[in-house]
Design a protein around this ligand. Structure first.
Ligand SMILES: Nc1ncnc2c1ncn2[C@@H]1O[C@H](COP(=O)(O)OP(=O)(O)OP(=O)(O)O)[C@@H](O)[C@H]1O
Length: 215
């Protein structure tokens, strides 16, 4: 069974100069333990698609299922971990507290210390654990947001451009984490412009003219 399934997803937006239909019937499925990338030119709708897949936005038509069940309004982090393009870190929480949040919200406090420490160390930001997001660089915030997305070992991980703004070494670390997360059973969907990310993927998809096709 696929952990993430989208069927016939459509989404358009009204603009002063007319309505644009960004998603025109997107079908996709990502299985547990699989890494799938989505490419597409800037403005093709990758972020709009991810917003629908994680429940941040509602499609005009079509369905999304996570682990065989229709997407609830706000899926728990343990079902669907999200790294949005805008990161969305809680500014009033430290990096460690941000990463701990999905575990705390799932009532898994006992896992917090080990899991948060392990992820911050793997991503090279352990020394920044007690800093607030505005006290670290964008790339460091991005890694903290990725750690938060995976901390509760979600069934599905949606990562929107997780390697944008990172240097070569940090890209390698992030790719390692994505692969390991899939290896532990998570279905991983990544929007990216980077060839390095496509190279670690099991499958590549492309979004164009509002539809998804295999590359
Ligand atoms: N909430 C919104 N309201 C109006 N228009 C929107 C909204 N979200 C996205 N769009 C429009 O939908 C189109 C797709 O945007 P989206 O951010 O999904 O592209 P993208 O493929 O993620 O681009 P990039 O690679 O630059 O991040 C754009 O034309 C954008 O202006």
């Amino acid at each position: 069974m696929s952990a993430l399934v989208a069927r016939g997803v459509t989404r358009g937006f009204d603009h002063p100069d007319g309505r644009i239909e960004v998603l025109r019937g997107v079908d996709l499925a990502v299985a547990a333990a699989e890494v799938v990338t989505v490419s597409g030119r800037s403005g093709s709708g990758k972020s709009a698609l991810f917003a629908v897949l994680c429940g941040f936005d509602k499609p005009d038509a079509g369905t999304v299922e996570v682990c065989g069940a229709p997407l609830p309004a706000v899926p728990p982090w343990s079902d669907c971990g999200v790294l949005p393009q805008a990161l969305g870190l809680a500014q009033e929480l430290t990096l460690a507290e941000n990463v701990a949040l999905p575990l705390r919200l799932s009532g898994r406090r006992a896992e917090v210390a080990d899991r948060v420490g392990e992820l911050l160390a793997e991503l090279g930001i352990a020394a920044l654990a007690d800093r607030y997001p505005q006290e670290v660089s964008y790339g460091q915030q991005q890694r903290a947001a990725l750690a938060r997305a995976v901390s509760a070992r979600p069934a599905v991980l949606l990562a929107d451009e997780p390697t944008a703004h990172l240097d070569h070494d940090s890209v390698a670390v992030v790719l390692g984490l994505l692969r390991r997360t899939a290896g532990e059973g998570t279905a991983v969907l990544v929007a990216t412009h980077h060839d390095a990310v496509h190279r670690i993927a099991d499958r590549e998809l492309a979004l164009a003219e509002g539809r998804i096709a295999a590359v």
